[in-house]
Design a protein around this ligand. Structure first.
Ligand code: PEP
Ligand code: MN
Length: 344
């Protein structure tokens, strides 16, 4: 940590600030220049000092505080240089050399709908079946999901076609129930900072996919992941699904730059959701290709046999044929960036 002091800072205040930094675990070197005086602190980790740093920032004689180490620890690349590979069993991994394809409807509607999609996406190389059982809805009057019935259908479809299951959990009280049916617990964009939920999924052993909050900075997203890891569960997959900007031509602005950036800051795998990311099915293929090119470890894609009649997110759901057609191109891009995309 570096404290840049205001001009004319009295010596008594410098002593007081030096003492405070030492109290926080730093070895302090004062650098007294012609124009500026700096207190350089070394040896301290900043991840547990967020409040103290904010207090220093507000000090009347401090011009600026520069933080050198990161406020997160367990999820940081500095802490674990090797990339984390999440093993879902039966040879399915996220974060290894192979791109992990996750596909399915936005929301589980009927047994028929789910079985049709599961069969098709499995044939095209998907390893994980997605489908909402508990849906976060902006309006309390729109469809909220089929709940436990949907969880059962997901498990059954996945078992039939050799897939793993990812589904969203919104309520800390439902984590245990959803964990019985799901291989990956999805924490949605609206819940990225639901700390009770993060703590709860952090206590379990089910893999967690943490979506980026729609207005979350990268650091906030990684700190949310840190909550899960701090609870003991380090099986975390990050998912970029677009953020809110001034642009309204797409549902969200898909931040593909976050992939290489987050992968440099963290050892966790990163997946892209181009469906929520664009809100438009005609853009999903292009963004999927881009995602693999920039280093994403997987894709989470909405697919529906009849998107125009889907209960949720039809506009951004690919048809089965569109999904099928996309795979060979993704495979070529994967191989160009030295990744695999095995077909079943
Ligand atoms: C979804 O995956 O259908 C979903 C609701 O995602 P998000 O939380 O990113 O909006
Ligand atoms: Mn959706």
């Amino acid at each position: 940590m570096i404290l840049i002091l205001k001009n004319g800072c009295p010596e008594s205040v410098m002593t007081e600030l030096t003492d405070r930094m030492q109290e926080l675990g730093y070895i302090v070197n004062p650098i007294i220049g012609v124009e500026k005086t700096i207190l350089a602190g070394i040896g301290g980790q900043e991840h547990d000092k967020v409040d103290a740093i904010e207090q220093l920032r507000a000090h009347e004689w401090i011009d600026d505080v520069l933080v050198i180490t990161r406020p997160f620890k367990l999820v940081a690349r500095d802490y674990r240089p090797e990339s984390t590979v999440i093993d879902l069993g039966d040879g399915v991994t996220v974060g290894g050399n192979d791109i992990c394809m996750m596909a399915g409807p936005c929301t589980v509607e009927t047994e028929d709908q789910l079985m049709t999609i599961a069969a098709e996406v499995a044939r095209s190389g998907a390893k994980v079946l997605r489908g909402g059982a508990y849906k976060p809805s902006t309006s309390p009057y729109s469809f909220q999901g089929l709940g436990i019935e949907a969880l059962k259908m997901l498990r059954h479809a996945a078992q039939t076609y050799g897939l793993k299951v990812i589904t969203e959990v919104m309520d800390p009280r439902k984590v245990e129930l959803v964990s019985e049916y799901a291989d990956i617990l999805q924490v949605g964009t609206r819940n990225m900072q639901n700390y009770d939920l993060l703590r709860e999924v952090g206590l379990g052993s089910r893999a967690v996919m943490l979506k980026r909050g729609m207005s979350a900075k990268i650091e906030e997203w990684l700190l949310a992941a840190e909550y899960v890891a701090a609870g003991g569960n380090e099986r975390i997959i990050l998912c970029e699904r677009g953020v809110r900007t001034f642009e309204t031509a797409t549902r969200n602005t898909l931040d593909l730059a976050s992939v290489p950036l987050v992968k440099s800051l963290s050892h966790l795998p990163v997946v892209i959701d181009p469906s929520q990311g664009t809100g438009r099915r005609d853009l999903v293929a292009a963004l999927s290709k881009g995602a693999i090119a920039v280093g994403a470890d997987g894709l989470l894609i909405e697919v529906h046999p009849n998107p125009d009649h889907a209960l949720k997110d039809g506009a951004q759901s690919m048809t089965i044929q569109q999904y099928r057609d996309l795979i060979p191109a993704l495979k070529r891009i994967a191989s160009a960036v030295d990744r695999g995309l095995p077909l079943n």
